[in-house]
Design a protein around this ligand. Structure first.
Ligand code: PMP
Ligand code: GLU
Length: 421
């Protein structure tokens, strides 16, 4: 009977004139919002397609092409028929490349059973939330944070707790804030260094101090997101929490990916190393949702991780040049201040002065003003848990950045004149 009804529904003409029955969506999905970074990117693309002259500084993805030797490995995978399902958790060859990478760059030791390859680190993070959170569990996420963390926690029925890390503290979580944020319900800490959107990175001393707090709270699992490890120019060499505080090995999942370091956002490969129990649980979730990451992309990832790393250094040098330019340029704009970053490819600017001067009620209105009056798409700070800011991605050419700054300056000056006239 049920089946017959379903068939009748599907074969009914959509133009039959019946009133549409509202579909009941889950409470879970109603708690979350679409990703603002992806939304800005899509909006800029749509305006461009309509013929508008838009500079898109929304998307957080390298403008470089995937290096030739990596692309060739993907092509080879297709040519040789490596186009079938693989094991859910990733091919042994890639796991070994990841194990070698963790050893080489982070002095971390893992076995194959402790590695999971996913369709982007975004999926790795989602798997982690689904694996450790029960309804009502709290996850500490220092703000400003990458837009997707709180929503992933909420999709897993958890509650995000977002201590506010201001410019005064370099946008970084202090041990005192961490201690204050942890309650008996806390199950997870998600921490990202270098950080999207601020570019702030924790030093070894800062990791040690945060680690000392975490050692007092054995129930808390830690997810460290090292996605921007190789887009980095901090004073001190890059360090990951676990390489500084190895005592946390049994409850830390170290997350990374190839999207940013190797200009491979579209290939969708992310990975993690962690305690076997957690990684096994994450693998079960992946096995019941998406299965393995693309077989072709896995082969390309092997070439990326095992190949010559010169391409990474070259792209990093370009990002650093752009960073130096954009941070200095933004600080010359009226009502805009921007701290230098240690890594990633975002300029995170406090625009509260400019917002007030233009009479914008919030940073979303300000970003809207920039897209309409300057033809420049940026992401408003609110989505990152920090109203009064904007994020500019400098993963684009110097000429594009120069043009964008000139346009923003023009819009700010015109706006202020119009308001005071
Ligand atoms: N973590 C951070 C901080 C990011 O900015 C991104 C970018 N999307 C990701 C994780 C996920 O990257 P991907 O899914 O492309 O591996
Ligand atoms: N991480 C990038 C960003 O923040 C890519 C978009 C996304 O997945 O959110 O813009």
């Amino acid at each position: 009977m049920l089946q017959a009804r379903a068939i009748a529904y599907h074969t009914a003409s959509p133009t039959a004139g019946r009133p549409l029955v509202p579909v009941a969506l889950s409470r879970r999905v109603q708690r979350v919002k679409p990703s603002p970074t992806l939304a800005v990117t899509a909006r800029a693309a749509k305006l461009k397609a309509e013929g508008k002259d838009i500079i898109s500084l929304g998307a957080g993805e390298p403008d470089f092409n995937t290096p030739e030797h990596i692309a060739a490995a993907g092509i080879e995978a297709i040519r040789t028929g490596f186009t079938r399902y693989t094991t859910v958790d990733g091919i042994p060859e890639l796991k070994d490349a990841i194990i070698a990478k963790f050893k080489r760059d982070n002095q971390l030791d893992y076995e194959r059973a402790q590695i999971l390859v996913s369709s982007g680190a975004k999926q790795t993070l989602y798997n982690l939330c689904m694996a450790v959170l029960d309804p009502g569990d709290e996850a500490v996420i220092p703000a400003p944070y990458w837009v997707s963390y709180p929503d992933m926690v909420m999709l897993a029925d958890g509650l995000p707790v977002t201590p506010d890390c201001s410019a005064k503290q370099g946008y970084k979580l202090t041990p005192r804030q961490l201690e204050a944020a942890i309650t008996p319900q806390t199950r997870l800490l998600l921490i990202n260094s270098p950080c999207n959107p601020t570019g702030a990175a924790y030093t070894r001393a800062e990791w040690r101090a945060l680690g000392d707090v975490l050692l007092e709270h054995p129930r808390v699992v830690i997810g460290t997101d090292d996605m921007y490890e190789h887009i980095f120019w901090g004073d001190e060499k890059f360090s990951s929490l676990l390489s500084v505080v190895p005592e946390l090995y049994d409850r830390t999942v170290t997350i990374n990916g190839i999207s940013k370091a190797y200009a491979m956002t579209g290939w969708r490969i992310g990975y993690c190393g962690g305690p076997k129990e957690i990684v096994t649980a994450m693998t079960t979730i992946q096995g019941q949702s998406t299965s393995n990451a693309s077989s072709i992309s896995q082969k390309a990832a092997v070439a990326a991780l095992n190949g010559d790393q010169q391409c990474v250094a070259e792209m990093n040098a370009q990002f650093k040049k752009r960073h130096d330019y954009i941070v200095a340029a933004l600080n010359t704009l009226p009502g805009v201040t921007c701290l230098p970053a240690s890594g990633a490819f975002y300029a995170w600017a406090d625009v509260s002065g400019a917002m007030a001067a233009l009479g914008c009620r919030d940073d979303n209105a300000f970003a809207e003003r920039l897209i309409n009056d300057a033809g420049v798409a940026v992401v408003a700070g609110s989505g990152f848990g920090a109203p009064g800011h904007m994020r500019i991605s400098f993963a684009c050419s110097m000429e594009t950045l120069e043009k964008a700054v000139a346009r923003i300056r023009g819009a700010l000056e015109r706006g202020v004149i119009a308001k005071t006239a």
